[in-house]
Design a protein around this ligand. Structure first.
Ligand code: S3P
Length: 421
């Protein structure tokens, strides 16, 4: 794998930039907006709420409606496959004085929403659901501020409460005991919100209150979770020399780099200048000798820090001398599909020695054989097993491979452009 690629704009940052720009005053230009279907769902939901949005190449310009300017939607709000759209929009809508209904595709309608319903109800919103799952019917109310300690390590839940806090009376505080991506905090600050972040021993307190937001342009650095598929592949494929960037260098997202380094991959990072609230970098990977790390166990806070990269790490695990074990990853069971089941099933289809646990899995070093892969409609499973296909003997086919469109429609073309035959 040789050459240079620039992955599309980061998905998490793009969702948030669009939502916050939508309730700011004035026009915000968001450069390098994510190209996948998930962030398109966020834009179309915002459009239904009366926000004016235009796209010019990869840039999106949003004319903010102001904090009180969203319009009652005429239709149900379709979040597609995107959990981030649904959970963050729930926070934004909880303070709007009308009924909104958030729905999505069959995968999204199976995913747990009680984690956002509970804090929003505590704030005074009226939220009903299908037994804790979508669709969500939210009747906004005058919200009151709460102090809320996150019961699950979830940036989506944190962001939902912080966004609702922008519409509440008083100061809303979220207490986080396991660090999660902090893009909402950075972006709220970028748009001028009154937000404070107080790190403490073992817990961080983040608080916001209703405050004016003003348009603020930014460029979205590339998505490191998308880059991870290429980084892992280049680390494993002999003779590789691949540079990826700019990608987001926010420390809440870069644990994947540390793990790749621990496996012995030859990685060099250098800063990139991307205007906006997020640090960025270029990452160069060269494949050296055999990858090894002693027994690699990913657990606890590290699991939370690489939750979107576990599928490709599982594939990398098949190349490690002493394999890989992942624990504390039960959250993977409620992603776009049950990723633990999907990872183990597909590893086994490729002949790998893999064992499933309630909260993770173990895979031993295995010679992979080409196989037919079932991604269960999950973009990250499809991309991870495309990487496995490159490492395998024989040919691999991925069923329903179009599901990569959720985060990276150009995935296969990009892969083809850097893999030498
Ligand atoms: C995301 C947070 C994570 C992650 C998801 C995107 C976000 O989910 O897995 O892909 O943008 O906030 P959780 O908040 O459920 O952990």
């Amino acid at each position: 794998m040789r050459g240079a690629i620039s992955p599309p704009g980061d998905k998490s940052i793009s969702h948030r930039a669009a939502m916050i720009a939508a309730v700011a005053r004035g026009k915000t230009r968001i450069g390098n907006f994510a190209t996948g279907a998930d962030c398109a769902s966020t834009l179309s939901v915002l459009g239904e709420l009366g926000v004016s949005i235009s796209r010019d190449g990869s840039a999106v310009t949003i004319t903010g409606a102001g904090l009180d300017g969203l319009r009652s939607p005429a239709v149900e709000l379709d979040c597609g496959n995107s959990g981030t759209t649904m959970r963050l929009m729930a926070g934004l809508l909880a303070g709007q004085p009308w009924l909104s209904v958030l729905t999505g595709d069959p995968s999204l309608t199976r995913r747990p929403m009680a984690r956002v319903i509970e804090p929003l109800r505590l704030m005074g919103a009226d939220v009903s659901s299908n037994d804790g799952r979508p669709p969500l019917a939210i009747t906004g109310r005058a919200l009151r501020a709460i102090e809320y300690e996150l019961p699950v390590a979830s940036a989506q839940v944190k962001s939902c409460v912080l966004l609702a806090g922008m519409f509440a009376s008083g100061r809303t505080t979220v207490v986080e005991t396991v660090p999660t991506r902090d893009h909402t905090e950075r972006l709220l600050k970028h748009f001028g919100a009154d937000i404070s972040v107080l790190p403490g021993p073992g817990r961080t307190r983040i608080s916001v209150c209703r405050s004016r937001l003003d348009a603020a342009d930014l460029e979205v650095p590339g998505d490191i979770s998308t880059a991870a598929f290429f980084l892992a592949a280049a680390a494993c494929l002999p003779g590789s020399d691949l540079t990826i960037g700019p990608v987001v260098a926010n420390p809440t997202r870069t644990a994947i780099i540390d793990i790749l380094e621990r496996t012995g991959a030859d990685i060099a990072c250098r800063p990139a200048d991307v205007p906006g609230p997020e640090p960025a970098m270029f990452v160069r990977v060269r494949s050296g000798g055999e990858l090894s790390s002693g027994p690699l166990v990913i657990s606890g806070q590290t699991t939370a820090a690489v939750i979107d990269e576990i599928a490709v790490l599982a594939v990398l695990g098949t190349q490690l001398k002493e394999g890989l074990e992942v624990r504390d990853a039960a959250e993977l069971r409620v992603k776009e599909t049950d990723r633990i089941r999907a990872i183990v099933a597909n590893l086994r289809r490729m002949g790998a020695d893999a064992e499933e646990f309630d909260d993770g899995f173990r895979v031993k070093r295995s010679a992979l054989l080409g196989a037919e892969i079932e991604p269960f409609g999950d973009h990250r499973i499809a991309m991870a097993f495309a990487v496995a296909g490159l490492l395998a003997r024989g040919s691999t086919s991925i069923l329903d491979a179009g599901c990569v469109d959720v985060s990276f429609p150009a995935f296969f073309d990009t892969l083809r452009s850097v893999v030498s035959s």
